[in-house]
Every structure is written in C-alpha cells, then in structure tokens.
Design a protein around this ligand. Structure first.
Ligand code: COA
Length: 258
C-alpha cells in the first residue's frame, strides 16, 4: 500500500516509520491515524520485521497532537467516536503489538503525539523534545489513552498535574519522572533507538511477544497479570526458539533465532 502521510523503510529486520506532515508539525489527522494503523498491522505481520522505530519528520516535531482543525465542530457523539476509533485503530493496537515499538521523539510530542509515544513500548527523547498533554487548555481532555497511560508511567499525582496544568515539559524532566527511557543529543536520537532495537533483535521474537502480553496484562481490566505470565511462560516451552535458546546455552554457543 502507498501512504500519503507516512514513510516506511525496512532494513535488516528493523522497520523505521516516519510520520511525514512537517508543515502541520506531523499532527495526526484522520488519514494519518488510518495509515499508521494499517502500517503497524502490516509490519507486525511481516516475518522479517523484528522491531519498529516510529519518529516524526522535520526538525521540529514528533507529533504536535491530533489535528485540531478536524474536530473543532464535533458533537458529543462525534467526540466519543473519535476517541474510540483512535483507541481501536492505533493506540491500543501499538501497545499490544507483538513486535516491539520504540518511539524516537525528535521534537514536540503534544496531546495525541505524546499519547502515541506512550503507546510505544520504549521512548527515546532528543534533548530538543518538548512534551505534554495540553488538551485542557482547549477545553477537552486527552482522548487517545493519555489519562490512563500517563498515570501508569509516571504515577497519578504527576499525571494529574501535567493534565490539569496543560504544561509542556523538557526532555530532562521527562526522563526524571520516567516518561523517557533515555535522553540523547538530537544527532544521536536515531542511533540510540537503533542500538536498543539491535539489542532486542538478538533475542527471541517469540519470547518478546509473550513478554509484551504478560507485562500489558497488569494494565488490562479483568485480566490477572500473574496468570497471564504463567500461560505465556508455558507457551514459550512449545517454541523452536526455546529449544534453540536452551540448546545453544548448553552447547556454549550463541543462539540463532530464525
Ligand atoms: N492540529 C492542527 N494543526 C496543527 C497542530 C495541531 N495539533 N499543531 C500545529 N499545527 C499546524 C499549525 O496550525 C500551523 O499550520 P499553518 O502554518 O497552516 O498555520 C503549523 O502546524 C505550524 O504550527 P505553528 O503553531 O505555526 O508552530 P509554532 O512553532 O508557532 O508552535 C506549537 C508550535 C507546537 C507550540 C503549536 O503548533 C501548538 O501549540 N500546537 C497545538 C498543540 C496542541 O494543543 N496539541 C493537542 C491537540 S489535542
């Protein structure tokens, strides 16, 4: 499929997905959300893709939020639909993808932009990144999972402060409160994300998919995370990767996960 608002590059098992609407600071309009949903699903189904990095094009922004021009006149029903569609087609999809996703946050990540970064499994920030959930300054609240995922990542008190003040914070503060895994110089951003991807890609993709299910289970209503761990742990024993990983250890060689 050809995309209008995103660019996808795959090299040696690593997919790099760039959100490409720089004139609008990569704001997420309906078309971009739909394209991202299709692209993530497609990459997840490709056997050769072992890790995905998502970033924004241009110098200024990762994503400056949902496209405000599209929903300014929405009704209550349309607002609910917008939020639910986003959860279903992109944000929950990314969080629960079997393939690990790293956000390389190169600039502004506001509203839906920070919500997308928070749906990813790992976040690397450029020193230039400025992030926040400014929705209450627009008379609305975060609608793409931000009220939930921010509290999960940094705790309820800090999340409520950021949501209620609509403040934009710098990268070093984001790292201090656990929102960024790493902060690096702008020119090192993609290298750092690729370095993490390379470390992940050495390991069993099947075990990693199970780990994502088990960790996420703790944050899913009505699901017992410990039970999920037991099930996923057991499942690993039935995989060729487990056979290869344990055999390689016992034979004192490096495992090769096909
Ligand atoms: N939705 C739609 N368009 C957006 C946008 C968004 N969330 N964020 C930026 N843009 C557009 C601007 O309208 C402008 O378009 P134009 O040149 O056609 O007028 C272009 O992107 C550049 O943005 P601009 O505001 O001129 O850049 P800036 O450097 O002065 O300010 C920001 C940067 C990020 C501080 C500012 O764009 C902003 O506050 N954006 C909205 C952030 C937000 O509230 N996001 C949450 C949405 S729920």
């Amino acid at each position: 499929m050809s995309y209008h608002n995103i660019i996808v590059n795959i090299q040696a098992g690593l997919a790099e997905l760039t959100i490409n609407r720089p004139s609008k600071l990569n704001a997420l309009n309906k078309e971009t959300i739909a394209e991202l949903g299709v692209a993530f699903k497609d990459l997840d189904q490709k056997q050769e893709v072992k890790c995905i990095i998502v970033t924004g094009s241009g110098e200024k922004a990762f994503v400056a939020g949902a496209d405000i021009s599209e929903f300014a006149n929405f009704s209550v029903e349309q607002g609910q639909e917008l939020s639910q569609d986003g959860h279903d087609s992109l944000f929950n999809l990314v969080e629960n993808l079997s393939t690990p996703v790293i956000a390389a946050v190169n600039g502004f990540a506001l509203g839906g932009g920070l919500e997308l970064a928070m749906s990813c499994h790992i976040r690397v920030f450029s020193e230039k990144a400025r992030v926040g959930l400014p929705e209450t300054s627009l008379g609305v609240i975060p609608g793409y999972g931000g009220t939930q995922r921010l509290a999960q990542l940094i705790g309820r008190g800090r999340a409520l402060e950021l949501v209620m003040t609509a403040a934009m914070i710098k990268a070093d503060r984001a790292e201090a409160i656990g929102l960024a895994n790493y902060v690096v110089a702008p020119e090192e951003l993609m290298n750092k994300a690729r370095e993490i991807a390379a470390a992940i890609m050495k390991n069993s993709s099947k075990a990693i998919a199970s780990a994502i299910v088990a960790v996420n289970a703790n944050y899913t209503d009505g699901v017992d995370g410990f039970h999920s761990e037991v099930v996923e742990f057991g499942k690993c024993f039935g995989t060729d990767h487990f056979k290869e990983g344990t055999t390689a250890f016992l034979e004192k060689r490096k495992a090769i996960f096909s």
